[in-house]
Design a protein around this ligand. Structure first.
Ligand SMILES: Cc1cc2nc3c(=O)[nH]c(=O)nc-3n(C[C@H](O)[C@H](O)[C@H](O)COP(=O)(O)O)c2cc1C
Ligand code: SF4
Length: 486
């Protein structure tokens, strides 16, 4: 992963945890409305893909165990990982792409209700993503995948030569020469693997996204509602389709690209289709970026506009992330797909303990506060969720008291210690296992390995009912915690 050049090392520390009484009187442990429903506390576990599903995208026992473990900590809300809305194989990522998925998702909802004693609201993040292929073996790329064109022949002065000879000649070129002879997209396909973009409007399925996506999201939302979820989070963040429509890099000429008004058009149409399908009472919000952190991408001024418009059309919450783009990702190894968290934008999405003078904590807070301010100034009161490097009660309570956000997201901190919420609420904050921001978990995600945390995955491996990862070396969920004064 990209790291700032300063390479300053930080340790997440906190001076003080609250007593149970203090926690009870705090902002953090006070309720907050999300549309027609209410969270019992202002804590939120943002979506995190743990690679626990199977090749069919189903809810497995490991998925149930993973979310039940979070639910035992009784946070205000959990957002189930990015879940695919299209009925196409997409590896072990959860899917909600036809009605056969409803039963498994209902089991998941029931398990979370039981494990949290009904304290935790459960949302599901709905995602669409475009096709991405693995980085090809260069030999195969030149002998099979690349379409030989007149431009290649001209550049090599091989106009009448047999195609096989042109392929051989291309394969023998140096990296620099290949970059010169191939088109930008061909060279990218060689170095990163082929990746579709929302601007590839010459492809019929890409041109038609504004027609196809609203119905796909709406059908998935209806399934989530019938599975018993408490609401929907539309994934408009990071490297995926909807975020790419919002991006300043989207220059589609069909009324869905270019100006901010055009770029937000499909996200608003998707929301409207979802709203029409699930009704006004069912909470629907979205996750989007306070900044894409890529040179020609969207920045805070775009996000201020998007936030106000999302509020204006009646979204029930806004959750903010930042970065996480393919545009500045590092080339993957041959046989691997590009991972959108390897460049600077990836760093801003999940900052690690090796950082710059600003440090890895709360980097998203001021942009989120600005977006919340714009939404409030426009006359809307919907709750805003902040996440990014927040691990302590002191931080969370301060951000709420200072009106920076309405709900606090703890992603890696909840992964490090799913009992954070109960420990702090009951006055056992000193027992919290504080996240190191090592990004060991994120490294597992990058390799599509079952995600665990280094703070607990080797502990008590021989305990009762411990389920191990497929490598046989790590437990899949954190050991249980029971309150005790020592
Ligand atoms: C293993 C892992 C998987 C993630 N998967 C998702 C995801 O599915 N959807 C999403 O919006 N963010 C995802 N994220 C980003 C987190 O939700 C969160 O925004 C980020 O980790 C920063 O918050 P934190 O500092 O509290 O961890 C993931 C993060 C991690 C570590
Ligand atoms: S592995 Fe654990 S300690 Fe390291 S960043 Fe992830 S959650 Fe935090």
């Amino acid at each position: 992963m990209w790291k700032p050049s300063e390479r300053i090392k930080y340790v997440a520390t906190t001076d003080r945890w609250p007593t149970a009484g203090e926690a009870m009187r705090s902002h953090l442990f006070s309720p907050v409305k999300i549309g027609s429903t209410e969270l019992t506390q202002r804590t939120w576990i943002p979506a995190m893909v743990p690679w626990r599903s199977n090749e069919d995208g189903e809810v497995t026992d490991d998925v149930i165990d993973w979310y039940s473990r979070f639910a035992q900590g009784k946070p205000g809300a959990i957002v189930i990982e990015a879940t695919g809305i299209r009925d196409i194989p997409s590896g072990p990522l959860l899917r909600i792409s036809n009605d056969s998925y409803i039963e498994g998702l209902r089991r998941l909802v029931d398990a979370v209700r039981v494990a949290s004693d009904g304290q935790t609201k459960l949302y599901i993040q709905l995602i669409d993503f475009l096709s991405i292929r693995r980085r090809p073996d260069p030999e195969k790329y030149f002998t099979r995948f690349l379409n030989i064109t007149a431009e290649h022949r001209n550049a090599l002065s091989m106009t009448g030569a047999p195609e096989a000879d042109v392929r051989d000649a291309l394969a023998l070129l140096s990296d620099e020469e290949q970059e010169r002879v191939l088109t930008v997209r061909e060279f990218e396909a060689l170095r990163f693997g082929y990746r579709e973009r929302v601007t590839d409007v010459e492809l019929p399925e890409i041109a038609e996204l504004p027609t196809t996506l609203p119905a796909l999201f709406a059908q998935a939302a209806a399934r989530a509602k019938s599975a018993g979820f408490d609401g929907i989070e539309l994934h408009y963040a990071h490297a995926y389709t909807m975020s790419s429509f919002l991006s300043a890099t989207n220059d589609r000429q069909d009324g869905y690209g270019g100006t901010r008004e055009n770029r937000i058009r499909l996200p608003l149409e998707v929301f409207q289709a979802v709203r029409d399908r699930v009704g006004d009472e069912f909470p629907v919000g979205c996750r989007f970026l306070s900044d894409e952190i890529i040179g020609d991408g969207s920045h805070l001024d775009d996000a201020l506009f998007f936030g106000v418009e999302f509020a204006r059309v009646g979204m029930d919450f806004l959750s903010l992330s930042r970065g996480g783009k393919f545009d500045d990702a590092k080339p993957p190894k041959v046989g691997w797909a590009a991972y959108p968290y390897t460049g600077q934008s990836g760093y801003e999405c999940m900052p690690s303990y090796i950082s710059d003078a600003q440090g890895p904590f709360e980097r998203n807070v001021e942009p989120v506060a600005a977006i919340r301010g714009a939404v409030r100034n426009a006359g809307f009161s919907i709750p805003v969720v902040v996440a990014g490097g927040i691990y302590s009660y002191e931080q969370a309570e301060r951000l709420l008291c200072d009106d920076k956000a309405d709900i606090i997201g703890f992603a890696r901190q909840a992964l490090a210690d799913p009992d954070w919420f109960e420990k702090v609420r009951q006055g056992y904050g000193d027992k919290v296992m504080v996240c190191r921001y090592s990004n060991y978990c994120e490294g597992l995600d990058q390799k599509h390995k079952q995600v665990t945390c280094e703070l607990w995955d080797r502990k008590e491996l021989d305990g009762d009912n411990v389920v191990l990862a497929s490598d046989g070396k790590r437990r899949l969920t954190a050991p249980a915690w029971t309150p005790s004064p020592d």
